[in-house]
Each structure stands twice: as structure tokens, then as C-alpha cells.
Write a protein that binds this ligand. Structure first.
Ligand SMILES: N[C@](CCCC[B-](O)(O)O)(CCN1CCC(O)CC1)C(=O)O
Ligand SMILES: [Mn+2]
Ligand SMILES: [Mn+2]
Ligand SMILES: [Mn+2]
Length: 305
């Protein structure tokens, strides 16, 4: 495995301080060394620098559109370059609004991609359906062709061209979906495995059905967008929007092990690690090491040895 790491210390897609520290705490936990120790070649492209944006007024209730749009434009160029360098990209967040740039940059290099979105949340509010106006709850809406008639013009978003069809994305881990998001998922027929589905089917069947769905026509490169809040807060508490009843540590790792063995993994996002949301050193350490373990698992680390 050849891995290209990009840090995106960005928090303006949501209101809580601390998530911008994600890239460095994940590195401090030894990610690069651990990937090398398991036989990966690793290039660390460092952290993106996001300039301050002034007068970034809300549009409707959408908060900090210019900061989010500019950060993602820069991120998309960086991810595209990493892909053209021949690596599997690993984007370390930062909040989940960064998936806009990561996925668009990936699609710019690989044209036709599929997305596995692992998250407690669907992150598919449009700017008009979002209750909070936080763009980390909206990234998917900017990426799906079938939704574009519902997306208003936003400053610094004009560069964004949707790169996915509704059939190209599968959700795993949903357990906190807003009514409008649920309507959109049903309307577009988007494949989604809630935690109830995981309970009913078991994670092995969920992964089998996920991969079958995504490779119905052709096997496309997979973009795995992993929100650490998909895991149960007992394992990954240090995150901005924790929701009880999440994926077990074992289920979380089964997802990454399964996707690794497809040989189709082409880009990974690991987002929403927020050490300031951990109440103890243990809570912080558990969250960060879960993130590192999941990334190692994406690149071949197996629990069987
Ligand atoms: N759907 C939420 C949460 C988004 C989480 C983004 B992430 O990247 O972490 O997946 C709103 C969630 N909702 C807010 C009101 C509450 O009463 C119930 C939860 C939103 O803000 O759109
Ligand atoms: Mn998310
Ligand atoms: Mn989430
Ligand atoms: Mn979150």
C-alpha cells in the first residue's frame, strides 16, 4: 500500500473548538510510523494552511460559507495531487464538511468513484433543510447530482460540481437522521444501513450487501469517509456530536478490514476527532487510538495477524 497523508486542521463546518487539532493528535499517536511498520510506503504531505476569512456572513442559516468553500477548494487540489502521485489519500480532519473537498479532489483524479459513508449522521441536509446551518451536516448534498436543484448559490461554492449519483453512495452506522434527511434518502433511494440494520443483519452481511450494491455495474474506486462518531461514544467519546448506541470497536474495524480486502480503497477521510470534547486523558486516548487503528486496518492490519 502506498499512502499519502494530508492534514486538514479545519473546524468551521461546525461550532465547537478543538476539531482542528485532529491531524496533529493523530500523527502524535504514531500513525506514520505504524503504517510504515506494517509495510506501507507513506508520504506525509503535512497540514493545509487555511487563511482566516473575514465578514463571512451566514447565507440563510448557513454558517461560515466562505471559510468552508475556500478550505474545501484548497483541499480538493491537494487530494487530487496525492491521487495523481499514485497514493491512496488519507485526509485527517477536521470536521466532516471537509469531505466536500476530499471527495471532489478524488473524483477529479479518478473520474468515477463510489463512497462508503460511515457515520451516526447522514450529513445530507441541504442548506434549506438544515436546522443548525452547520455545513458538517450538509456535505453530501453538494456532491449528489440529483439534489442540485435544491442547492442555493453560496459564496465560495461556485467551483463545486457534483460528482456522485445517488446509487454511488452507501451509509453505514446511521442513528441520528433528521426528518428532511430521511425524506431525501428515501426519495433518492440511497442505500443506507442504520445501526438497526447492523443489529438485524450483522456487520458481515452489511459489508457484503454494501460491496454488492456498489459493484452492481462496475467496480469503482472506493472513497471511505469515516466519521469517528459512527463508533459508540463509549469507545470514541472525544467528538463533537456523540450519539449513544453506536458501532462497536469490532464492527468499526470489520468495516475497514472488509473494504481493505476488496482492493478498491482509493481514498480515506478520518474526521471529527475533537480532543477538547474528551473529559479525561483516557477518553481522548481511546478516541485517537480508535482512529489510528481504523486507518491501519484500511491498509492491511488484520486482527487475525
Ligand atoms: N444533522 C445535524 C448533525 C450533523 C452532524 C455532522 B457530523 O459530521 O458529525 O456527522 C443535526 C443533528 N440534530 C440537531 C438537533 C438535535 O436535537 C438532534 C440532532 C446537523 O447539524 O445537520
Ligand atoms: Mn459526519
Ligand atoms: Mn457524525
Ligand atoms: Mn460529528
Amino acid at each position: 500500500h502506498s499512502v499519502g497523508i494530508i492534514g486538514a486542521p479545519f473546524s468551521k463546518g461546525q461550532p465547537r473548538d478543538g476539531v482542528e487539532g485532529g491531524p496533529d493528535v493523530i500523527r502524535e499517536a504514531g500513525l506514520v510510523e505504524k503504517l510504515k511498520a506494517q509495510g506501507c510506503s507513506v508520504k506525509d504531505y503535512g497540514n493545509l494552511a487555511f487563511e482566516e476569512v473575514t465578514n463571512d456572513e451566514p447565507v440563510g442559516n448557513v454558517k461560515r460559507p466562505m471559510a468552508v468553500g475556500c478550505a474545501n477548494e484548497r483541499l480538493s487540489a491537494a487530494v487530487r495531487a496525492i491521487k495523481l502521485d499514485g497514493h491512496t489519500s488519507v485526509m485527517l480532519g477536521g470536521d466532516h464538511s471537509l469531505a466536500i473537498g476530499s471527495i471532489l479532489g478524488h473524483a477529479a483524479a479518478k473520474t468515477d468513484i463510489s463512497v462508503v459513508w460511515v457515520d451516526a449522521h447522514a450529513d445530507i441536509n441541504t442548506p434549506l433543510t438544515s436546522h443548525t446551518g452547520n455545513i458538517h451536516g450538509q456535505p453530501v448534498s453538494f456532491l449528489i447530482r440529483e439534489l442540485q436543484s435544491k442547492i442555493p448559490v453560496l459564496p465560495s461554492f461556485s467551483w463545486i460540481k457534483p460528482c456522485l449519483s445517488a446509487k454511488d453512495i452507501v451509509y453505514i452506522g446511521l442513528r441520528d437522521v433528521d426528518p428532511a434527511e430521511h425524506y431525501i434518502l428515501k426519495l433518492l433511494g440511497i442505500k443506507a444501513f442504520s445501526v438497526s440494520d447492523v443489529d438485524r443483519l450483522g456487520i458481515a452481511k452489511v459489508m457484503e450487501q454494501t460491496c454488492d450494491h456498489l459493484s452492481t455495474t462496475v467496480k469503482k474506486p472506493i472513497h471511505l469517509s469515516y466519521d469517528i462518531d459512527a463508533l459508540d461514544p463509549s469507545i470514541a467519546p472525544a467528538t463533537g456530536t456523540p450519539v449513544p448506541g453506536g458501532l462497536t470497536y469490532r464492527e468499526g474495524l470489520y468495516i475497514t478490514e472488509h473494504i481493505c480486502q476488496t482492493g478498491l480503497l482509493s481514498a480515506v477521510d478520518m474526521v471529527e476527532v475533537n480532543v477538547k470534547r474528551g473529559r479525561t486523558e483516557d477518553e481522548i486516548g481511546n478516541t485517537v487510538s480508535a482512529a489510528v487503528d481504523l486507518i491501519q486496518s484500511c491498509f492491511g492490519k488484520r486482527r487475525e495477524g
